[in-house]
Design a protein around this ligand. Structure first.
Ligand code: NDP
Length: 363
């Protein structure tokens, strides 16, 4: 019975997120993607932060009135994971089936998707709602797991678990605070909607990202934290924040350049570009250090998260940074091909000027 109730939990959460996204007031903005049918920029409704806060409030009310315990999602994690998997698969098949073939084999279409963008009634953008659903579910999973740990170990809890949950929540809040910047990223302008994106958002994002939390929440405080608690936790948080500064800084510099090409970044750093007269590419600041230093930032953040738990001897928390290394080194190669096709010789000029792919001076 518990498994069945857990199984339907993701569907309920995702429907609530959808309903709130449609019902709550939103900022409507132009995106970066051009609608192939109209030739105009796609418009997006942004209210992710408000949706998240209302869901957390609802969860708190449910727990406060003892309808469900606050750690309920952790206790039903396997059922919820199975439910999300089935939901992600069914939704992927429906989405892909209804769209015209790209001419590639069906399984390739299923994995990578057929349509690039899908919007309904001017209120719902499928990509954005998928990311929002995954983000909200991730926060609920993180909160629920941290509360389980705090109740189970009470005065002897591992502060690393709470720090890890807090950093994950910060990661989501940061994403939702800068939701508009996401409109200018590869996920939005280059990915199609298939298994990779739909299953990725509904299952992988909310259920794999807390892998470190889940694999340590039932363990007592490790000796490392007992002996070196403050130094270890502050050090881990600093690693995370350093990564965040790299990723957020690079993303904001590029975002600002795309919207206001002449405006100095942070009021100080005037954009320097390589140009062929038609296109301009940034080549100073973050974009002069390496061609995707934001990916390095993301990997460093993930490393800080893995360290924060205080269990460097366990393999599970390291799966998260390892996933980033695999995802982003592959993504960098894809993006390099895309930019080479789009910018031609100018991309070669940029590569000559900024020779490193991800890690300044090394790779
Ligand atoms: P980028 O933000 O690096 O975007 C790449 C695009 O930026 C290129 O296709 C090109 O697009 C443009 N560009 C590249 N170089 C330059 C330049 N020098 N000057 C101007 N424009 C340039 O990559 P992503 O969109 O993949 O990543 C965005 C963020 O999201 C990163 O921080 C990444 O780590 C993060 N991310 C997070 C994931 C997660 O699960 N947490 C998953 C994937 C990414 P154009 O055609 O517009 O010029």
């Amino acid at each position: 019975m518990n498994f069945v109730v857990g199984f339907i939990a993701p569907l309920v959460v995702y429907l609530v997120v959808l309903a709130l996204h449609v019902a709550l007031p939103a900022r409507t903005v132009d995106g970066y993607v051009v609608d192939a049918k109209t030739g105009r920029l796609l418009r997006y409704r942004l209210n992710g932060l408000a949706v998240l806060l209302v869901v957390i409030f609802l969860w708190a009310v449910i727990a406060w009135f003892d309808v469900l315990p606050a750690e309920w999602l952790y206790l039903h994690a396997w059922g919820a994971l199975a439910g999300a998997c089935v939901l992600g698969l069914v939704y992927t098949v429906v989405l892909v089936h209804r769209a015209p073939s790209t001419g590639k084999p069906y399984l390739v279409d299923l994995f990578l998707g057929r349509v690039e963008n899908l919007q309904y009634g001017g209120r719902i953008d499928v990509k954005m709602i998928l990311y929002l659903a995954g983000a909200v579910m991730l926060v609920l999973n993180a909160v629920s797991t941290a509360i389980y740990h705090a109740i189970r170990f009470s005065a002897d809890l591992n502060p690393g678990v709470l720090l890890h949950a807090g950093l994950l929540i910060f990661f989501v809040l940061d994403y939702l605070w800068f939701e508009r910047v996401h409109l200018y990223t590869y996920d939005l302008f280059a990915e199609r909607i298939g298994f990779k994106l739909a299953w990725g958002c509904l299952v992988f994002y909310p259920f794999f990202y807390p892998v470190g939390l889940w694999s340590t929440a039932y363990l007592p405080t490790p000796a490392l934290i007992v002996d070196y608690g403050t130094v270890w936790l502050v050090g881990s948080a600093c690693v995370f924040l350093f990564g965040w500064a790299l990723a957020r800084g690079a993303n904001m510099q590029k975002y600002q350049f795309k919207r206001f090409p002449d405006k100095p970044f942070l009021g100080r750093l005037a954009p320097q570009v390589v140009s062929d007269g038609r296109h301009n590419l940034l080549c100073n600041g973050f974009w002069g250090a390496a061609r995707h230093i934001n990916y390095l930032g993301e990997i460093v953040m993930a490393t800080g998260l893995a360290l924060s738990l205080g269990h460097p001897e366990l393999p599970w928390p390291w799966l998260y940074p390892l996933y980033y290394v695999l995802l982003l080194t592959t993504r960098e190669r894809d993006d390099d091909r895309r930019c080479s096709a789009k910018y031609g010789a100018l991309w070669d000029v940029y590569k000559a000027k900024v020779p490193k792919r991800i890690v300044p001076g090394i790779y």
